[in-house]
Design a protein around this ligand. Structure first.
Ligand SMILES: O=C(O)CCC(=O)C(=O)O
Ligand SMILES: [Fe+2]
Length: 355
């Protein structure tokens, strides 16, 4: 499949990228309730291991997670130089001539670095307006780094720095979520969050007619938690109360959204949020998305501490994370279809069994 970034500029949307009308972003974003925005949370003081400030931040995160499943964080401790360093290297990769990218073009999921286009998740094979990198970005091992590109020259070093910093931030967020839920602060450490961390670098070129396309289809993320840098070009939208809300870029912020595993472990208390990306006519957009994964063999199910009066009986059965990954692909990333596969369907208790 050819890359969108191999074309110097698009003057019209090629037919194969025109989505059927029911899939177009016709109700684009905020509409009348544009004052509703996912919260921006100041993490200053969150790394101090006790104290009131940390307690308040944890409570804010839980509130935002319950209400939106997505929020932004500022004063998060990741330096702007590290973020910009990798964003520039990644943009530089997409800007290289087609021949330089060609060796990395692949849809082989076992690769630790590859570039491709559109998404494999659309049931009808409809195409989306993006190119993307898929990278195993943490831990930074020789096996992984060997597959990372050596052009642009800064790529490997900038990625290693970014990945280490964002990994630390993700662990801080997970400790805060655990504390806010009243769990041991190391609850999500270990197998629940120490699988190979995946990164998506999504590149959405300027699109001649954003009303005809989407950058990325509506989906929930399949892992535990996502930490996303979207730069200063808007495009990420999250589903909230039946509407698509724009997640407005805030300078230097990371967007944090909860994945399916968080929903299952918390027995539905912190739900994963459906989101999508729209395109823009006058600007390219780059999102750097870090996906914190459980280990493939990790057993997952509602935590016993989370099966309580407020969440009700266990809503999901236990499974191995690798099984979830297969189901996610089979369900073409549809939120309800994939969750349904793991849901415990309560049986009627009326005693109306057939004689
Ligand atoms: O580009 C964005 O803002 C969204 C990307 C995303 O949802 C993903 O890579 O899973
Ligand atoms: Fe996503």
């Amino acid at each position: 499949m050819e890359l969108l970034s191999d074309c110097p500029a698009h003057t019209s949307v090629p037919d194969k990228y025109v989505l059927p009308p029911e899939k177009r972003p016709s109700v684009l974003d905020d509409g009348p309730s544009s004052h509703v925005v996912p919260p921006v949370i100041d993490l200053h003081g969150a790394a101090v291991s006790d104290g009131r400030r940390r307690h308040l931040i944890a409570a804010e995160i839980i509130k935002a997670s319950k209400e939106f499943g997505i929020f932004q964080v500022v004063n998060h401790g990741v330096s702007e130089d590290v973020v910009q360093g990798f964003r520039e290297a990644a943009a530089g990769f997409f800007a290289m001539p087609a021949a330089e990218k060609l060796p990395y073009r692949s849809d082989d999921l076992s690769k630790h670095f590859r570039v491709s286009s559109s998404t494999p998740y659309d049931r009808n094979g409809d195409r989306y307006w993006l190119d993307y990198l898929k990278i195993t970005c943490h831990p930074v091992t020789d096996e992984h780094v060997r597959e990372w590109p050596d052009k642009p020259g800064s790529f490997r070093g900038a990625l290693a720095e970014y990945s280490a910093a964002v990994h630390e931030l993700a662990q801080t967020l997970l400790r805060l979520i655990a504390e806010g839920l009243g769990l041991d602060d190391g609850f999500f450490a270990g197998d629940l969050s120490s699988g190979n961390t995946q990164m998506n670098v999504n590149y959405y070129p300027p699109c001649p007619d954003p009303s005809l396309t989407l950058g990325l289809l509506p989906h929930c993320d399949r892992h535990l938690i996502t930490v996303l840098s979207q730069g200063d070009v808007a495009g990420l939208q999250a589903r909230h109360g039946g509407r698509w809300l724009l997640v407005r870029p805030v300078p230097g912020a990371f967007v944090v959204n909860l994945g399916h595993q968080m929903e299952i472990i918390t027995n539905g208390l912190l739900a994963s949020v459906e989101h999508r990306a729209v395109t823009k006519a006058d600007a390219a957009r780059l999102s750097v998305v870090t996906l914190v994964m459980p280990k493939m063999e990790c057993r997952i199910g509602p935590a016993p501490e989370m099966v309580n009066e407020s969440t009700g009986p266990a809503r999901f059965r236990e499974f191995e994370f690798s099984e979830f990954i297969k189901a996610y692909s089979a369900a073409a990333a549809s939120r309800e279809d994939v969750l349904d596969y793991f849901r415990i369907h309560s049986t009627a208790s009326s005693g109306s069994a057939a004689p």
